[in-house]
Design a protein around this ligand. Sequence first.
Ligand code: NAD
Length: 478
Amino acid sequence: MTTRHRNFINGKFVDTAGGNFIPVFNPATDQVISEIPDTPAGVVAEAVAAAKAAQKGWGKLPAIQRAAALRALSAKIRENQTALARTIVEEQGKILGLAEVEVAFTADYLDYMAEWARRIEGEIITSDRPGENIFLFRQPIGVVGGILPWNFPFFLIARKLGPALVTGNAVVIKPSEETPNNAAMFAQLVAETDIPPGIVNFVFGGGGSTGAALCDDPDVGMLSFTGSVETGSRIMAAAAKNITKVNLELGGKAPAIVLADADIDLSVKAIRDSRVINSGQVCNCAERVYVDRRVEDEFVSKLASAMDQATYGDPLANQSVDMGPLINKKGLAKVEGLVQRALKAGANLVTGGSVAELGSGSYYRPTVLTGCGQADEIMQKEIFGPVIPVNTFDTLDEAIERANDSIYGLTSSIYTRDIGVAMRACNEIRFGETYINRENFEAMQGFHAGTRRSGIGGADGKHGLYEYTQTHVVYLQS
Ligand code: NAD
């Protein structure tokens, strides 16, 4: 029988009476592997109320005690690494090695956030008045609603829960309806720690139902969302009703600029890996390439051959593959539509360019397109698949202007051996992150934040931690 997940509210797994259930699929086999309740607004309100009640005591604890709870959780995650990684592979489709990295990184991330416990600092500001001190405290916000995508589903729980808990907040997490199984395991691990009931809650369900109910709840003090620009915009509109703070980590269309003096082999490997990892479904992987005309032939032929060699298949059945399936048929149709329209618009197909029929699952052949125009849809829209469109430039100014010409502003990369050129490009490129001579991933001690429609606020490091605090200024007249 299919596992039917229960919400985790106030420290207990609870059944949702009646209502709809949403099936969860293995994207490699198209088999139903579990189902989740489409949690209605009333139950979401119960979770928020439990979080609100529990946060009162939690927020008063010394931060070091809250940090101990995060460390207990990271230890549990490490003990269960293999089962967690297999669960992620089964419901999301990434390869096992990457899922293992995701689980290990999640545990490290919680430990890293725990380390901040003794470093959360306020300020003392000089006053204009004699005998007065001005103190700036960092207080918890209260209840944080975390709404998650499916591409790094386990890590993203920790990216929201870690900074929220150490700073004294309680959380209500709504995982993606595509990947709830790992979240149910996360909830089970929380239940096995001493984290007080109500501090961590999980509600399962769809976006327009359960997710929207979380956004509408007036007792949610902050909505921390990772997902698409379209949903981010809806969440921001919903948050406007109660003036709820939003932290939005949205989509990307990362440009990779390859200059004539670049180490071509290094750039090919980095860009190929970034497009193959998680089957190209990563917000900060190279989504479009600008290559100097002088090295175009060498770069394109090496990139095409590297992409051609990428293998794909069911990552649980064959652990040696480089890529698993795309998340679902909708994602596959989106990638196929973008490629076909790019070809109609005049792009040249160098390799790939079609759906791969493996009997079941949603696979797309690793694809390289050249001759893509700057205004073409394929250079402007997030693809989220193993497809790289290439555009050729003659001057660095041209490359930077085209890179900046995007509604997205999450990440970018530059390949050159000239540090002066790299710095000049960094000063002019308008993105939240720039990688020089490599592609993703971001460091937990950095600050992952997009400009333009890629988001508001950010995650990780000191700046990400303080997103989960509210400043409180006290004037003490002696
Ligand atoms: P999505 O926007 O479709 O869904 C994300 C979540 O929002 C899901 O849990 C969904 O149920 C929920 N949701 C949908 N409609 C809602 C509504 N009206 N109210 C409240 N919640 C709602 O995104 P996805 O397809 O799951 O994820 C892929 C996207 O996430 C890509 O665009 C990718 O670039 C982005 N992403 C960004 C980052 C980052 O750090 N910037 C990281 C990972 C993924």
